[in-house]
Design a protein around this ligand. Structure first.
Ligand code: SF4
Length: 210
């Protein structure tokens, strides 16, 4: 499969934020979110076999692995890679845009799944049937650019009865003040976890390898 980078850093998002984590970043994405910060992963990359990826992963001491992209579910061997990493005793997470079928993954893989809001320009691509395959260990992420996105996200949570899941709300970097989003959440007492992308504060000028 095509890989952009494999590196160790701290997990910057989700309820696992702050933990040492090995990132396997695949190449390519079939969405073009208006605020995407991973455009460098759209093209290029190098071809790796599953044993080659595992060999690289084993060079780092962390026991948590995140499969990310781009869109990792575009790579047909991702479910197999996830399974082999699980068998080696790793905790395996996947970060997906939410528009590809997650049912191909073993149920032990922790899914961090986006629901794309209107300002992303890709909200018509959300694959709603994926909600049927999420379990309580999985997390749903809304990246919010403005008040319309916020209201839309609230409606989606209510409509699909998502309150029992770990819900993550992030503000789009440079488009919505984190403080503003926090104030909206507090005013509504919304049962969501506000999150900042930790790695962007630790390494503000670095795009790759963090
Ligand atoms: S799904 Fe992720 S990688 Fe793809 S365009 Fe959107 S933000 Fe970028």
């Amino acid at each position: 499969m095509r890989i952009t980078e494999i590196y160790q850093s701290i997990q910057g998002e989700s309820s696992y934020a702050g933990l040492p984590c090995i990132f396997v970043r695949t190449t390519g994405c079939d969405l073009r979110c208006s605020w995407c910060d991973s455009e460098f992963a759209f093209y290029g990359g190098d071809k790796f076999s599953i044993p080659e990826i595992i060999e690289r992963v084993k060079q780092f001491p962390a026991r948590l692995v995140e499969l990310t992209g781009g869109e990792p579910l575009l790579q047909k061997d991702i479910p197999k890679l996830a399974l082999e990493l699980l068998e080696l005793g790793y905790t395996v997470m996947i970060e997906t845009g939410g528009h590809r079928d997650i049912s191909v993954l073993d149920s032990s893989v922790i899914k961090i799944m986006d629901i794309k809001c209107p300002a992303s320009g890709e909200s018509d691509k959300n694959l709603w049937s994926n909600l049927n395959y999420l379990t309580k260990q999985d997390e749903i992420k809304f990246v919010i650019a403005n008040r319309r996105d916020y209201e839309w996200s609230k409606e989606i949570i209510h409509k699909h009865k998502l309150e029992g899941f770990q819900l993550l709300f992030s503000s789009v970097y440079d488009q919505l003040e984190p403080k503003q989003l926090v104030e909206w959440i507090l005013a509504d007492g919304l049962p969501v976890r506000f999150q900042l992308q930790m790695h962007k504060f630790i390494w503000p000028s670095q795009e790759r390898g963090v």
